[in-house]
Design a protein around this ligand. Structure first.
Ligand code: GLY
Ligand code: MN
Ligand code: MN
Length: 438
């Protein structure tokens, strides 16, 4: 992502915020894994979207029309000793030269400097509730300015969440964001194919996870966008299963929900295939039903359709299928009306995708499902999950299938980013068979 794009984003946001306002956006805190060990730092998506600044302990302040520059970064200073122990820092100079800040100050000096930036501003754009310690500091700064009222300085008296303006911007992807997301999805497809090729009964799920990560990293993605789900047999019926520590058995399905993150952008792809390379009769029946729902839902992704249209069609197809296979009793209509399909399809058909895997952006406007528009990216991910339970014939037990693609709304309709990962029964079986011969 080039510097110009970050500049354009800040400019656009400040135009929307208006003069007389100020925005305060901290990056995510450092999280401790255990004792002296930290989790790798992942910048807050709002912060990164506006700055591209990757280091921890930083706060971005946007001050429209500020005489000394509108983009201010509080960040870590260079420190030879700390850098020798813990890694390089770009310092105050780097904040300006590399990331385009107009002004940079040491993060330690924020309590002294930031209140001055709030003087005579009417509104503070700041999202409360993410970090109560930081919320208190922001209130403290405002109170500090209020105390100067008698000297004629006005303190802001309006707090506005940044979410509305900023998340609406993030919902619509630019050309360079689309390029990154396509690339992330392509890399994830390589990983799914690799998993199909190496998978065999007797392996552990985490061995497949290792293959996925290998493929992500080998293509330049330093991390998965979320912990990979590698669930075989009954584990495939647990929606967010991440233990990945079971042995995979002959005759089971393997559900893999895994996506690489590239320069802060996520992909989110699920494929479900047989551990031994061949779907059983029942596995194939359910798989093809979910595939039909996936394909028909993708067709509904086009401008002018409502956000909920892909979900409605997925519900219809899955319910019809379950009725005709005898899994649901009664009519299609009654099962949809009383939502009995939810026992086996309990999640929604998709979510926005972007810097966050469950990305920001409203799904409804004024109480109505919003319309799809070019530049939005959604997942399409119908699924069916049959845990052993009352009334269900044994032949369906432990079949868990989800098929998830990443789909861009275009002017003409849509573009599927994740088409390189095979998804028909024939394609998958053929790929797995070739791999076994080789
Ligand atoms: N990987 C989480 C999801 O598919 O929503
Ligand atoms: Mn998803
Ligand atoms: Mn997923």
């Amino acid at each position: 992502m080039n510097k110009r794009e970050f500049f354009r984003r800040r400019k656009r946001l400040m135009d929307l915020m208006g003069d007389e306002s100020v925005a305060i956006i901290p990056t995510s805190p450092v999280h401790i894994r255990n004792r002296d060990v930290e989790f790798p730092h992942r910048p807050d998506s709002d912060f990164f979207y506006l700055s591209g600044y990757p280091e921890p302990e930083a706060v971005l302040v946007l001050v429209p029309d500020r005489h000394h520059g509108e983009f201010v970064l509080f960040c870590r200073e260079r420190d030879e000793k700390m850098e020798t122990w813990n890694g390089r820092r770009s310092g105050l100079e780097g904040a300006c030269d590399i990331y385009g800040a107009n002004d940079a100050f040491p993060i330690e000096d924020m309590d002294d400097i930031l209140p001055g930036m709030l003087e005579d501003r009417e509104r503070i754009y700041y999202t409360m509730g993410n970090d109560s310690g930081f919320d208190q500091r922001v209130l403290g700064w405002v109170n500090q300015v209020r105390k100067q009222a008698r000297t004629g300085i006005n303190a802001p008296d309006e707090f506005v969440s940044l979410n509305h303006l900023l998340h609406e911007m993030r919902l619509f992807k630019s050309r360079s964001e689309i390029t990154l997301m396509k690339k992330a999805a392509k890399i994830s497809c390589h990983a799914h194919k690799r998993a199909m090729k190496v998978c065999k009964p007797g392996m552990m799920e985490y061995q497949i996870e290792a293959e996925l990560l290998h493929e992500f990293m080998r293509h330049g993605c330093r991390s998965a966008a979320y912990p990979s789900i590698v669930g075989s047999g009954e584990n495939g019926c647990i929606l967010h299963y991440t233990e990945n520590n079971s042995e995979m058995n002959d005759g089971e399905l393997l559900l893999i929900d895994a996506g690489a993150e590239l320069e802060g952008y996520a992909s989110d792809i699920t494929r479900t295939f047989p551990v031994n390379g061949e779907y059983s009769k029942e596995q194939k029946q359910i798989y093809e039903l979910v595939l039909e729902a996936n394909e028909k839902a993708i067709k509904k992704v086009r401008p002018g359709n409502h956000w909920n249209d892909p979900h409605d069609v997925a519900v219809e197809i899955l319910t019809e299928g379950m009725v005709s296979l005898g899994i649901l009793k009664g009519t299609v209509k009654s099962n949809i009306k009383n939502e009995s399909y939810k026992k086996y399809f309990m999640h929604r058909t998709g979510h926005w995708l972007g810097m966050d895997v469950h990305d920001v952006g409203d799904y409804k406007l004024d109480g109505e499902w919003r319309k799809l528009e070019p530049g939005m990216v959604t997942t399409i991910e119908p699924g069916l999950y049959f845990q052993p339970q009352n009334g269900l014939q044994k032949k369906w037990w432990n079949i868990g299938v989800r098929i998830e693609d990443d789909v861009l709304v275009t002017k003409e309709g849509n573009e599927v980013f994740s088409h390189d990962a095979p998804k028909t029964v024939d394609e998958i079986q053929a790929l797995m068979a070739t791999a076994k011969v080789a």
